[in-house]
Write a protein that binds this ligand. Structure first.
Ligand SMILES: [Zn+2]
Length: 489
């Protein structure tokens, strides 16, 4: 941030609720179908067609609202938001206005600025207000520049998919806070199973309202809205660009105009799209075809009881209970399945710290290399725990364990069976190790002489040779001790 200035950012996140059918009709919400296949008179906006509310969409919205500590209104009203756009067949969008589904939420999350290399500087717990979360339908999509240049097409497959629009308070002061918050929303909604959170497919999109003001000033500056940011990186870069653009403008004596802008990733800039509408331009009025949405306290409590432990709570607990760093816990709670896997392995191993190392390094690397999902991994968390116990009780060495792991990953065979079959049990018997040490020393007289005349670095060479001769089975600690003694002569 440039000296003397402060940014004020508010975020509107549109999360697609992952129902099988649309919010006011029975059309499928499946992605990638032929254009306009998933349509019917309701979502095409044909005269006389009437909307019928999708119960599952309301269940998902309810869970999301509770996870974000929002207050669910026992009665909410659907409203028509009127505007003309080619991808909006009815000429209005069914949304909610002065009586939304839920409001007044607050979330707490870890956030950090990043250094030049994109690494977090210092994680801090910060809380952000959520003004409201309301239910609305998505619009269709205009498609330009395919086939005949100059012609545009409309695909209404997406028209009528259920969205939860989550509107924040203007509580963010930097692009990284915005980044961490949207990532938090994405993780939370994925965790509770109400949104796929796939930003590339557009089922989580973000609009950012950005303004700047001289530091210390209470009054907000004029804001610009950046529309349709569909990746976390774009959110962060677009906001940074916009902050810089506005400060430059103001410092040169200019003024910021209220408008809607678009991020152009190729150029790394935002561009003006249109002047921003005020709410009264939409001529909201209650939707006459839908009754007020009424829910009960009993329904709210039953949804609450279905919620799992949320990712932020789980992350704090992992840090506390398992002695993990904030970064490690963040990765391990990235998805619910990975977090469940780690927790089961930690329990089974009786060594959560080592279990974290194995999951974060070996397991995630192999999964990535083979493009296998954690749910399809052949190693059960119990077997990973058993492998760690074999190292901890010195049955096998850490080095052998890596080979056993590779075999387990490929075959799903238990570590005990692999160790038994291949005779990999570690040699901890000192007499047996001494024998190998003697052999090795005898076959390297020149190196022995160099060692004794002061070239102590050769110890590593001898340790390596002994372990290699033992087929990797000699306990490295014993090898070290015995070698040091024998090499002294
Ligand atoms: Zn339909």
């Amino acid at each position: 941030m440039r000296e003397g200035w402060e940014a004020v950012i508010g975020l509107e996140v549109h999360a697609q609720l992952k129902t099988d059918s649309k919010v006011f009709c029975a059309c499928s919400t499946s992605f990638g179908e032929a254009p306009n296949k998933n349509t019917c008179p309701v979502c095409l906006g044909l005269p006389g067609a009437l909307p019928v509310l999708n119960r599952q969409a309301i269940n998902y919205a309810g869970k999301a609202a509770l996870a974000l500590n929002l207050k669910i209104n026992l009665e909410s009203i659907f409203a028509r938001k009127n505007y003309f756009y080619p991808d909006l067949p009815k000429g209005y969008q069914i949304s909610q206005y002065d009586r939304p589904f839920s409001q007044r939420g607050r979330v707490e999350l870890l956030t950090s600025e990043r250094d030049e290399g994109g690494r977090p500087v210092e994680w801090k717990l910060k809380s952000f207000g959520i003004t409201r979360a309301h239910i609305e339908e998505d619009a269709g999509k205009s498609v330009h520049d395919i086939g005949d240049p100059g012609k545009s097409y409309v695909n209404l497959n997406r028209a009528g998919t259920p969205l939860l629009e989550i509107v924040s308070e203007p509580d963010f002061r930097s692009s990284w806070e915005a980044y961490d918050y949207v990532n938090f929303l994405r993780r939370t909604l994925q965790y509770i199973g109400v949104c796929e959170g796939n930003m590339e497919e557009g089922n989580l999109r973000c609009d950012a309202n950005v303004s700047v003001r001289p530091k210390g000033q209470l009054k907000f500056g004029v804001k610009a809205e950046i529309k349709n940011l569909n990746s976390l990186r774009f959110i962060q870069k677009a906001i940074d660009y916009e902050i810089d653009r506005q400060i430059t403008l103001l410092e040169a004596g200019g003024t910021v105009v209220q408008e809607t802008r678009l991020w152009n990733e190729k150029e790394g800039k935002t561009h003006s799209m249109r002047s921003k509408e005020d709410a009264h331009d939409y001529r909201y009025f209650p939707e006459p075809d839908l009754p007020p949405l009424e829910v009960s306290d009993h329904w709210i409590e039953s949804l609450r009881s279905e919620l799992p432990e949320l990712p932020e709570e789980r992350r704090s607990r992992f840090i506390r209970e398992y002695d993990l760093t904030a970064d490690e816990a963040f990765t391990l709670t990235g998805g619910r399945e990975l977090a469940d896997y780690y927790e089961a392995a930690a329990k089974s191993s009786a060594n959560p710290r080592t279990a974290a190392n194995w999951v974060l390094s070996e397991l995630l690397r192999e999964l990535k290399n083979t493009a296998i999902e954690i749910s399809a991994c052949k190693i059960t968390p119990e077997d990973l725990g058993a492998l760690i116990r074999l190292i901890d009780d010195q049955t096998i060495s850490g080095k052998i364990a890596k080979d056993v792991f590779t075999e387990m990953f490929a075959t799903g065979i238990s570590p005990a069976a692999i160790v038994r079959e291949k005779g990999l049990v570690q040699i901890t018997d000192n007499a047996a190790i001494e024998k190998i040490v003697d052999e090795v020393i005898a076959s390297y007289p020149k190196e022995l002489e160099q060692y004794r005349s002061g070239k102590k670095a050769l110890l590593g060479f001898f340790v390596g040779s002994v372990i290699k001769t033992s087929g990797g089975k000699a306990n490295p600690q014993s090898v070290n001790e015995i070698l040091k003694k024998k090499l002294q002569g």
